[in-house]
Structure formats: C-alpha cells, structure tokens
Design a protein around this ligand. Structure first.
Ligand SMILES: Cc1cc2nc3c(=O)[nH]c(=O)nc-3n(C[C@H](O)[C@H](O)[C@H](O)COP(=O)(O)OP(=O)(O)OC[C@H]3O[C@@H](n4cnc5c(N)ncnc54)[C@H](O)[C@@H]3O)c2cc1C
Ligand code: FES
Length: 364
C-alpha cells in the first residue's frame, strides 16, 4: 500500500464509526445476531463462512429481523414476510418497498468488526437507484390501478432504466396507499398511509391520476377510455386492478348501514358509524377479525358471523382459530360461528329492541 492509499484509508476510517461486535466463532453458518454500532441497530449474519451486516429493522414497519427466518442469503421478516438479501440489504420480496442499509464487516485476529459511515448512520432504509423521465422519449406505459402492484411495476421500470412516460390511473381518491392498514386502524389520517410522497412521484417522473376510472380498453388501437371522456394512448399496458370484497347477496344487503370495506373512505365511514353503536361483522377471517378487534372498545357491542367453526379455520386450522376467538371473546366480541347471514331483519326486530345498527362485511 502506498502513502496516498494509506492516507485515503485513514480518512475513510475517520468518517466511520466501528464497533467490535463479536468473536469470529460466536456465530455458525445460518445464524444471526442483533448488535449495536454507534446507535445503530444492526443485524449480523453468518452465511457460507462469511459475515455480513445490514439494518435490523424491516423497512416496512420496523419489525426486528433478527426474529425472522434466515434461509440461504435471505432473511424473512417475522411480521408480514418481506425478504431482504443479507449481503446487499436489497429488498427481494414485498410488502415493504425499500432496501436496508448494508454495512462494512471486517474479521481480524478472530474478532468481527462492523463499520458504519457517520454520514449515513441515521438511515434505516434506502430507495433502490432509479432513473427518471427523459422528456424526448415518447414511449408510454400505462398502469391501470393504484395499488402496490402498479406502484412496484412503476418503480421496477425506473430501477431498470426505463425513461419513457409512466402513467398510473386509479379510481381511488388517494395515490397508492397501505390498504392493509384499513382494517387495523380505521380512523387514520390519509397522509399517514401513503406508500410514497408526492415528491417521490415527481422526482422519478411517475404520473399518478387519481379519481379516474378506466371504462374501456381498446387493445387494437392501444388506447383506454376514462370515465371523464379522456382517451389515453399507450405503448404498453398493465392491468392491475386488484380484487374486490364479495358483497352480500341476501335480502336487506342494500339497506343503509350495510357496508363493505374496500377503500380509505369505507374505513372512515365504518369507524364513524360504529362508534357507540351495535356492529355486526360478517366474515370471520383476517380482515373481519382485525376489524372486530379494532372496534371492540369503540362500538357498543361487536358480533361476528362466520361460516366455519372457528375464525381462520381454513387457513390456519382449528387450534389457532379457537385461540384467536377466545382472545376476542375476552374483548367482548360475540361469535356466531358455523352460521351464515340470510337477511337483515332489523326492521322486524327493531320493535323487539334487537337488531344491529351497523352491518359490515369484509367480503371474506
Ligand atoms: C381492509 C383490507 C385489509 C387487508 N389486509 C391485508 C394484510 O394484512 N395482509 C395482506 O397481505 N393483504 C391484505 N389485504 C390485501 C391487500 O391489500 C391486497 O392484496 C393488495 O392491495 C393487492 O394489491 P393490488 O395492487 O393487486 O390491488 P389493489 O390494492 O386492490 O389495487 C387495485 C387498484 O385498481 C384500481 N382500479 C380498479 N378498477 C379500476 C378501473 N377500472 N380504473 C381505474 N382504477 C381501477 C383501484 O382503485 C385500486 O387502486 C387487505 C385488503 C383490505 C381491503
Ligand atoms: S414489518 Fe416487515 S414485512 Fe411488515
């Protein structure tokens, strides 16, 4: 190493904070450990005889990855299953959009050191490198739908140097947002559930057209018609319109107070109309159970109707179903299982002092 290189190296070392985190033989292949360097929470991993280090907090909702599963070079988040490459910190499976920081690891004299650049020590996530729009490129990719599928497609295009026009059309009132949150906290402010800020879309040249519905697609002419009469041409089209909640089809399903949970507005409306009222939830799977839990201390009463013996029975089996049912029973949720709704009898029962004020179907 010449003097110039030595100087460069020592300058670099001054910009870093380095911590001795363990002895080389503390971890075996396939093991992970949470360590702290500076104030940063770091996941130290040993695979194929080599150490690597990345941020320990999942970029989705900060779950501790050390409690996740390590398979090969990937760690899977214990909360919702996002996967990260332990060597690069890159995100490899969703939910979660951002990568994690990766840190320098050195093994010397049987000791393992992790170094973090002081300038980036506070960063717990990073956006993959992306290009932006080149105005002279006239090629257009149109994405129908404003859910995560469209958003990830737009970002992947920019990550792969696509510089044409990207238009995302959604009939939602919001740009892509975290839909799963709607059943877990129904009264959230819209700004707290957006997946990306408006600055992000601007920076990477991604157009998001909200409150516009595509009413027809003409693939021969490569054009779509929007509900406001606008005809938009495209070179390539992605249809990622997601799925819908299944509505009830029994008598009374169109009465006031019977609602489906699909949009941000639905969640707010259900929350507001259930406060201090009797709520009935039809569908005892994930979304229904989450809503029951959320409403249990807000509604006057919560009843749950499910067609299996226990909640989640088809997906998670009877043991877990029974356990979660007991947990919600302790929160005063009343279960009507192995049953189904055949109609809304409120009008008949009102005279008897019975009946629900709000019926809600998550469509499961
Ligand atoms: C209340 C709730 C809770 C959930 N919780 C979880 C969870 O905890 N974990 C989990 O993994 N999944 C959960 N999900 C499911 C998850 O939200 C979906 O799997 C995910 O959103 C699917 O993404 P997507 O982009 O394919 O479609 P969506 O997110 O459904 O997006 C479809 C988009 O298409 C738009 N669209 C449809 N038709 C048109 C049209 N003609 N013109 C223009 N736009 C149109 C819609 O407005 C919407 O923006 C939940 C869903 C709901 C409703
Ligand atoms: S917190 Fe990790 S996937 Fe949601």
């Amino acid at each position: 190493m010449n003097r110039h290189q030595e100087l460069g190296q020592s300058e670099q070392e001054q910009e870093e904070v380095t911590g001795l985190v363990c002895q080389e033989d503390d971890l075996k292949d396939g093991q992970m450990k949470e360590v702290t360097v500076g104030d940063q929470n770091v996941l130290l991993v040993r695979t194929h005889g080599q150490y690597s280090a990345i941020g320990n907090k999942c970029s989705h909702y900060n779950a501790p990855l050390v409690k996740g599963a390590l398979v090969g070079d990937r760690v899977r988040c214990p909360f919702h299953g996002a996967c990260f490459n332990v060597r690069t910190g890159d995100i490899e499976e969703y939910p979660g959009l951002d990568c994690l920081p990766s840190y320098k690891v050195k093994v010397e004299d049987g000791k393992v050191y992790v170094s973090i650049n002081k300038k980036t020590i506070m960063l717990t996530k990073r956006v993959k490198e992306m290009c932006s729009l080149a105005p002279d490129i006239k090629h257009t990719i149109l994405l129908i739908g404003g859910g995560p599928a469209s958003l990830v497609c737009a970002e992947t295009l920019r990550q792969n140097c696509y510089q044409g026009r990207i238009i995302m059309v959604t009939k939602d009132t919001l740009p892509p947002f975290d839909k799963p949150k709607l059943s877990k906290a129904m009264n959230l402010d819209s700004s707290s559930i957006l997946l990306r800020s408006s600055d992000f879309y601007q920076q990477y040249g991604i157009e998001v057209w909200t409150q516009k519905e595509v009413v027809s697609v003409n693939s021969a002419n490569k054009a779509v018609m929007l509900n406001d009469g606008i005809l938009q041409r495209y070179n390539q089209l992605l249809i990622s319109t997601g799925c819908r909640a299944r509505p009830l089809s029994c008598p009374g399903c169109d009465l006031q107070g019977v609602k489906l949970l699909q949009s941000y507005e639905d969640a707010r409306e259900i929350h507001n109309s259930c406060l201090g009222q009797k709520a009935v939830i039809i569908g005892a799977s994930f979304i229904g159970m989450e809503v029951a839990s959320f409403l249990s201390d807000k509604a006057a009463s919560v009843a749950m109707v499910g067609s299996t013996r226990y909640p989640f029975e088809r997906s998670l089996g009877p043991e877990i179903g029974k356990m979660t049912m007991q947990m919600l029973e302790e929160q005063n949720v009343k279960f009507y299982m192995d049953d189904r709704v055949t109609g809304d009898k409120r009008r008949e029962r009102e005279g008897e002092g019975g009946g629900a004020d709000q019926w809600y179907s998550p469509g499961s």
